[in-house]
Design a protein around this ligand. Structure first.
Ligand code: FRU
Length: 488
């Protein structure tokens, strides 16, 4: 049986029940998922592919799994689109992107293969490949690899050359890919093409100048507001104060685009997320001009899922990006509101000591809290709580920090459980918006000026939410349960 057929048969026969998975976050039908791939709109539908190894809950030979959606919230599973079944991708169909063209839905991905080097030793080579499809079935083109590794300038790495992101400007296609220079520093290389098959090397779009980790993975480049934004996911990042605590950490470089030299003149570099589980984000632009980002909600370093869980990896909620006053904001797509039920509102509710509020509980919800006046040092919210378990977010007023703790979430291994984030905006009321979906929490601070994303796999019947204040604080609270129609 052909590899792709075998993967799809396995998916059909081993699909995991919905009740064991998140409700509105994408997770694999079975097995392993990492990076979002080919996030694009084709014939009016949102397509989301992903790095996929159906056969186990660990990374393995990479396939491309596939989901489709009308609204970024409710996703329909499709058959896997690519399998590592051809010489040039025999060691994996790694990450890439997609674009709609006259010919069809074009997937550009990294084919990984083993090749004999000059010294006779086997080494990995990464090259960019093309597949064309109709939104369901995809065929690799005979011209592959369309960007062979030799197309790179002398000295650039041929074994770290991956994760192409393609876009079109007028009649020209551009492609940005992750790479390493001769000093082994991360960089993004840029190519152009008229037909997605013949590509010409243009430039180094940006490089890490010895800062910001080593290899740069999964680039994405687009204009936002008055500026240009380059998303990259550096490996081997070093922490700096409270920034960059994940070894694999997604960042955004924001600046001006020098089109003459095809170079990004960076003006600021920011963390995209402060939690433990956020990597390899990718974006698309909707027909109404919104820039939407989705990321892998998992970490290479801390795999904390329970042994018996046969799926591994989720995607974040798709988030709209905006640049206002040179600050990058993220917020969940507005379509999520169509799935709101059970509204509960409290205005000027005073909290002192520890309390639960009628109607505020559950593991699948959107909860906004605004902290108003009060005299207190610390305020905390506990989620997924019962007598045994909880996770918590603690706001420490003097330090202007938020302290996350999942020590008591039911983890059986000693992984990173605590993470601290410094709040950038200190004037005005603090606003916290939490999205919970069974095994994850995404916190949007001050309208999405900063975000914090983490996973936890606490048993699902732990669903209390507890507010704790060491003095007195007045809160405005709004809570919605999120439900898919068929589950109501
Ligand atoms: C990022 C990454 C990519 C690569 C893929 C392999 O998480 O390492 O650079 O294409 O995962 O699965």
């Amino acid at each position: 049986m052909a590899d792709l057929e075998r993967a799809n048969k396995y998916q059909e026969e081993n699909r995991i029940e919905k009740s064991k998975k998140p409700v509105f976050h994408v997770a694999p039908p079975v097995g392993w998922m990492n990076d979002p791939n080919g996030f694009s709109i084709f014939q009016g539908k949102v397509h989301l592919f992903y790095q996929y190894h159906p056969y186990s809950d660990a990374w393995g030979p990479m396939h491309w799994g596939h989901y489709v959606s009308e609204d970024f919230v409710e996703w329909k599973e499709l058959p896997a689109a690519l399998a590592p079944d051809t010489g040039y991708d025999a060691a994996g169909c790694f990450s890439g992107s997609a674009i709609g063209a006259e010919e069809g839905h074009m997937l550009i991905y990294t084919g990984v293969m083993e090749k004999e080097g000059a010294d006779g030793k086997k080494e990995m080579v990464q090259q960019q490949c093309l597949a064309v499809g109709d939104g369901i079935c995809y065929k690799k083109v005979p011209e592959n690899p369309v960007i062979p590794a030799e197309r790179l300038p002398e000295g650039f790495s041929r074994k770290d050359f991956r994760d192409p992101k393609v876009w079109r400007e007028n009649e020209t296609y551009y492609l940005a890919a992750g790479n390493k220079n001769a000093q082994q520093d991360g960089q993004v290389v840029l190519f152009e093409s008229k037909d997605l098959r013949a590509w010409r090397y243009l430039s180094v779009l940006a490089d890490n100048q010895g800062k910001y980790g080593k290899m740069w993975e999964c680039p994405d480049f687009f204009s936002l507001g008055q500026k240009y934004v380059l998303l990259v996911s550096p490996q081997d990042m070093q922490a700096d104060g409270k920034e960059f605590h994940n070894g694999n950490q997604a960042i955004a470089l924001i600046g001006e685009y020098d089109r003459q030299n095809y170079h990004l003149q960076e003006e600021q570099v920011v963390s995209l997320d402060y939690g433990t589980d956020f990597y390899a984000p990718q974006t698309l632009e909707t027909e109404d001009g919104r820039r939407i980002m989705v990321a892998w909600m998992q970490s290479w370093d801390m795999n904390i899922k329970p042994e018996e869980q046969k799926w591994n990896g989720m995607m974040t909620v798709p988030r709209q990006l905006e640049l206002r006053n040179n600050i990058l904001y993220q917020r969940p797509v507005k379509e999520l509101e169509h799935y709101y039920t059970e509204e509960v509102v409290y205005i000027d509710r005073e909290i002192s000591g520890s309390c639960q509020l009628p109607g505020v509980q559950g593991r699948v919800l959107d909860l906004s809290i605004e902290l108003k006046e009060g005299s207190y040092q610390e305020f905390a919210v506990f989620f997924a709580q019962n007598e045994k378990y909880h996770i918590s977010f603690r706001y420490v007023r003097a330090a202007q920090s938020i302290e996350f703790d999942r020590t008591y979430s039911g983890m059986v291994r000693d992984a990173v459980c605590q993470r601290s984030m410094r709040i950038k905006k200190t004037e005005g009321n603090l606003k916290l918006r939490f999205l919970l979906d069974r095994f994850s929490v995404e916190l949007f601070v001050n309208d999405g000026m900063q975000t914090f994303t983490s996973t936890f796999y606490t048993p699902l019947d732990a669903e209390d939410i507890v507010f704790v204040c060491d003095g007195k604080v007045k809160l405005n609270i709004k809570k919605y349960t999120i439900a898919m129609d068929k589950e109501l």
